[in-house]
Ligand binder design. Structure first.
Ligand SMILES: *Cc1c(COP(=O)(O)O)cnc(C)c1O
Length: 420
């Protein structure tokens, strides 16, 4: 459920007509609904009300500090994968004791930043990383909270680029080595063992891979207990999918029931790192039709947003629904929706049945709240587009459109090039 709905054949975000915002900020732009984002957090968190839990929003899904603030206000934390994301999380007022740090390639300076900040824990992805974190913490006279991210070798049945818990993926430490890794960590002076984690992939629409992962984690918790190693935090990662098209992912209640059931009577705080399921359907991309053209009988709709603004269709062949901002009776056509970028991979849809829109019409690309703006770039020297947040009747520019000056900020021409 979300708060992008038609009233009198006009698309609204909560109580604000989308067209009105388009007139004021220009197109393209990202548009988020506070009510939707809030509701998704509450539904997810509510599903785990029976167990101690912490929801660490995956910052990479949507990194705008206003969006992070929405979750911070509701007691959420952050799952970060870089120093930049830590900086954003702190800017948004997220309590460091609710921040977990994931990722296979943490740099020394990023580790130091996180240590000085006092985050809850690092999800360790290799023995070498464990050694480095112990050493960096020693230098700073601190103790680093850690969890080991295992690679449970589970097929999440999702797109290969977003599956992360298979043995051929780069993530985590295999189950067989994990107990040894904990023993190793136990001997380290500047390491405080807190947790155990996994993250098996993204846009997962079945419950069974999650259940399998939880069972593997529970087994390891048991093995560690026998070795006198106590796990206080079990981090199940993110990955719950959303309906982009006709997928039917389990609702958070079913997901929670499966996880709580499979975990048995483990006395831990559960950590979750949801990204997409919280933010995905809380945002849309609003774009305007620039041109309609026909090549050898094939229809193209050229819109003013491109793959640099929303990469998912090009990167994963991802599906996004479209909705015209104004519903008018129009014949249906089959068309490719493409952007202005000089790449054939720059498309939002291929061979899609849709109303035959005209130059100037506004189109909403749905379910663009996660991995939308955060994956955007300046490719083709296109200034990055604004982000707008609606709260009931009011709307707020939470990131302004970049200017041409922003494009070259930080660039300079050295003297040797000035000489003729
Ligand atoms: C990407 C990622 C997430 C979030 O995944 P979603 O599918 O958006 O829920 C969580 N944890 C880690 C470690 C990730 O890399």
């Amino acid at each position: 459920m979300n708060y992008f709905n038609y009233k009198n054949d006009e698309l609204y975000c909560e109580e604000v007509p989308v067209e009105k915002i388009a007139q004021e900020v220009g197109t393209p732009f990202y548009l988020y609904s506070n009510r939707t984002l809030t509701r998704h957090f509450d539904v997810f968190s509510g599903a785990f009300a029976a167990v101690p839990h912490l929801i660490c929003f995956a910052v990479k899904a949507n990194s705008n500090i206003s969006i992070l603030k929405i979750y911070a206000k509701r007691g959420g934390g952050a799952d970060i994968v870089s120093g930049g994301e830590l900086y954003r999380a702190l800017k948004a007022g997220i309590d460091p004791s609710r921040i977990v740090y994931s990722g296979v390639g943490k740099r020394d300076d990023e580790i130091d930043f996180a240590l000085k900040t006092g985050i809850l824990l690092f999800n360790i992805e290799s023995l070498q990383e464990l050694e480095v974190i112990n050493e960096r913490a020693g230098r700073l006279g601190l103790k680093a909270g850690i969890g080991i991210r295992i690679n449970p070798d589970i097929n999440p049945k999702t797109h290969p680029h977003i599956s992360t818990g298979l043995k051929e993926n780069k993530f985590g430490i295999d189950v067989a080595s994990s107990v040894r890794a904990y023993r190793y960590a136990q001997e380290m002076k500047h390491i405080d063992i807190k947790g155990l984690s996994c993250h098996i992939g993204s846009q997962i629409t079945e419950i069974s891979p999650f259940r399998e992962a939880v069972q593997k984690l529970s087994e390891i918790v048991g093995l560690l207990k026998r070795d006198g190693i106590e796990i206080r935090y079990l981090d199940f990662g993110g990955g719950l999918g959303i309906p982009y098209d006709d997928e039917e992912p389990p609702p958070p209640s079913e997901y929670a029931e499966a996880i709580i059931g499979a975990a048995g009577d483990i006395a831990c705080t559960f950590i979750f790192e949801p990204g997409r399921v919280l933010a995905g359907n809380g945002g849309i991309l609003v774009t305007r039709v620039l041109y309609t053209k026909k090549n050898q009988g094939k229809n193209f709709l050229v819109v003013d947003a491109g793959m640099n603004d929303l990469l998912r269709p090009s990167l994963y062949g991802a599906f996004h629904r479209f909705q015209p901002v104004r519903l008018t009776p129009k014949e249906e056509i089959t068309a490719d929706v493409v952007g202005p970028i000089c790449e054939s991979g720059d498309f939002f849809a291929r061979g899609r049945r849709m109303p035959s829109l005209a130059r100037g019409d506004l189109l909403a690309v749905m379910s663009a709240g996660a991995y939308g703006f955060s994956m955007s770039s300046n490719y083709n020297s296109r200034p990055r587009i604004p982000e707008v947040l609606v709260c009931d009747e009011s709307w707020h520019l939470i990131r302004e459109r970049e200017s041409y000056e922003d494009l070259v900020r930080g660039e300079s021409i050295p003297g040797c090039l000035e000489k003729v």
